[in-house]
Write a protein that binds this ligand. Structure first.
Ligand SMILES: [Zn+2]
Length: 383
């Protein structure tokens, strides 16, 4: 059997094994243990860094000394949703017409597997001859980003000379910047009375709805930046329990997508101004900050992007598009405090089907990225 074929069978087996692990917003420890064993079989030491419960990060390195290229992928996946809507079991990788299917195949177990396999293949060749490749496999990327927060807190990024996030980018494209994300919960308190005598009570929903409406209109007037506009999303609104009683409690969950020109601090300040003015007029509204990830904007001509543009072209069959990443990634934590020219890129296999039913990925794209990453890592470290 020729080695390319046997290799690609091994590569597919690894991906299928990862898909099988139901790391739905939890249980990343099982993925970490699988990867630790795989690394160990190939002479690479990997360390599991436990978080709460069944959650954990994993770190593994090949090579030695500076420069350090940090490469990262998350081990969690989102819920498969309505199982009946899937053509096959989402946790059994299936193949049809050159495409692979399964929950997390695009977001982002293929990207994670490609990073791991690239490191194993380089190690077999005695590479890198200079510098270190450090895998930071994270937990909890989809909700809260606690894994990357722990890596940042524990200084795993301090000596990094570059960061590659293997999240699905636009088909064979890349990104050097991403919006920030700001999650806030509003709680409005009132006094419940019978609806026939509302003057005796206070409707908790009314000032909250007015505030949200005013904020929504206000944030639409913020001029768009290089990455596009600020987005103020009212995603959840709750209040009241009965048609003839004034609600004494109302809550709202809002997600704001921020840009460097109008960042999380400015959003927080503006929301505080609104809350103060409503509270001065009788409302009792409190806010809790749930998540606060700042936008990351490195130069689209940073060194990592330049290498991706030159070596990714032959795989893409066209020039590599450098766009802003639409969603946030672990880079919000990992690339925090890095300078504008810091080599950072989001670059990974994906076909845009993340978080969808029948999530898919062209098989060739997965195999391509295993090759691309090997070349990319060495070129970054040794040139
Ligand atoms: Zn992802």
């Amino acid at each position: 059997m020729d080695t390319m074929v046997s290799n690609s069978q091994t590569y597919l087996k690894i991906l299928a094994d990862l898909i099988k692990i139901k790391s739905v917003n939890d249980h990343e420890l099982e993925v970490a243990e699988y990867l630790q064993d795989l690394f160990q079989e190939n002479g690479i030491e990997a360390k599991i860094l436990p978080l709460e419960g069944q959650r954990a990060n994993l770190v593994a390195e090949i090579g030695e000394g500076a420069p350090v290229l940090a490469v990262s992928g998350h081990m969690d996946v989102v819920d498969p949703g309505n199982l009946a809507a899937w053509d096959n079991d989402p946790f059994t990788m299936t193949e049809k017409d050159g495409k692979l299917f399964g929950r997390g195949i695009t977001d982002m177990k293929a990207g994670l597997a490609a990073l791991v396999i690239a490191m194993i293949e380089l190690k077999k060749q005695g590479l890198p001859k200079k510098g270190t490749i450090r895998l930071l496999a994270t937990a909890g990327e989809e909700v809260g980003e606690e894994g990357s927060a722990a890596f940042y807190r524990d200084h795993y990024m301090e000596d990094a000379a570059g960061l590659l996030i293997a999240e699905p980018s636009t088909v064979y494209g890349t990104a050097s910047e991403q919006k920030g994300s700001f999650d806030i919960k509003f709680t409005s308190k009132g006094t419940s009375v019978h609806s026939s005598t509302p003057e005796k009570g206070y409707n908790a929903l009314v000032p909250l709805m007015q505030l949200l409406n005013e904020a929504n209109t206000y944030f639409e007037t913020i001029p768009a930046g290089e990455m596009g506009p600020v987005r103020f999303n009212i995603d959840v609104l709750n209040g009241g329990s009965q048609i003839n009683s004034l609600p004494d409690l109302a809550t709202a969950l809002v997600n704001v997508r921020t840009i460097p020109e109008y960042d999380n601090n400015q959003v927080a300040k503006q929301i505080e101004t609104f809350v103060k003015s409503y509270n001065a007029n009788g409302a009792q509204i409190n806010t809790d900050l749930i998540m606060n990830e700042f936008p990351i904007a490195t130069s689209p001509s940073n060194q990592l992007v330049k290498i991706i543009q030159s070596l990714g072209k032959e795989y893409a069959g066209r020039d590599i598009v450098v766009a802003a990443s639409p969603g946030i990634t672990d880079a919000s934590n990992l690339a925090k405090d890095k300078p504008h020219d810091f080599p950072f890129a989001v670059y990974g296999p994906g076909d845009g089907s993340q978080h969808q039913v029948n999530e898919s990925l062209p098989k060739q794209m997965y195999l391509d990225f295993i090759e691309i990453y090997q070349k990319l890592f060495i070129e970054f470290l040794e040139k």
